[in-house]
Design a protein around this ligand. Sequence first.
Ligand SMILES: *Cc1c(COP(=O)(O)O)cnc(C)c1O
Length: 362
Amino acid sequence: MTSVDAPRRGRRQWRGVVEEYREWLPLLDGVPVVSLGEGGTPLVRSEWLSRVVDGEVWLKVEGDNPTGSFKDRGMTAAISAALRDNAEAVVCASTGNTSASMSAYAARAQLTPIVLVPHGRIAAGKMAQAVMHGASVIQVRGNFDDCLRLARELADGYPVSLVNSVNPIRLQGQKTAAFEVVDRLGGAPDVHVLPVGNAGNVSAYWLGYCEYAAAGMIDHRPQMWGFQAAGAAPLVSGVQVSHPDTVATAIRVGNPASWQLAVAAREESGGRIDAVSDEEIIAAQRELASRDGVFVEPASAAGAAGLVQLVARGEVRSGQQVVVTVTGHGLKDTDAALQGRQLVDRVVEPDLQAAAEAAGLR
Ligand SMILES: *Cc1c(COP(=O)(O)O)cnc(C)c1O
């Protein structure tokens, strides 16, 4: 007789996206994997957004990845390939989640992480990760494009692998998120919503859905709905933005690396790429945290913000199944989260009645 308390020995731990989806990643055939157990992130039903949409809305919570963003899915693939290629170091131009993720996986592989950061504001939370994982952080007197050019040149002239999203293997790792959605829901959703910066992620999801469809795993592909920040929306306007500006630093991109792929995903899926204001982003970030218990960084709320905006404009048909990817954890950028808010509501003496009153309890 089996006791309900018996340890479930047969239960294996999630092995990370490359091992879990090996047959879909022929590029990494036979390559030993550098993994932190990334992927396998929860799909959390959002009651709030389901009501707003008058349908069924699920959040794919990518902040639950090892370094707190979906970047880990691509990084396990990129760092594994770098190790195979006998790189001694890995480099990226980034002030954000790419550098955090690269540094963690590089540490694990005992490769030297090199982070090139442009002049200007640096988000402390994300850089703290790079620093802790042992990255050489080099500030360049120039902008992001200068950093990316330097990174490419380092990769060309030294035993260094470039892991920015111009490295196509990252999209291979990232497409596994679409597989997980389908495997969990038992089919493709009607609509997949997500934030768009360099547009690698929207392209990777589309790739994943297309591969599953081609293999007969799903009978339809979702519409892809991407949302950029209004101050950094080149895919909406169709022209590069020379000075992108938004509170959502992870999507502050004026010239997306995967521009063509993202346009193809929009066209082929019958989807859309629209813009949301910083105010809409901040409002959605707060709703996600206070209604769903899911704390995301500002960029990660752009998809939810876009969905709310389209419902308000009467452009969302009711009764649909919608997946919204929330891309990174809120703890990455507490400065942004606390902007204009106070940490402490009331100060009281250590007294029961005073505490109860202050808390509004009766
Ligand atoms: C990188 C990132 C994005 C943007 O993804 P792209 O692939 O560049 O479009 C959005 N949110 C977070 C949290 C990110 O780290």
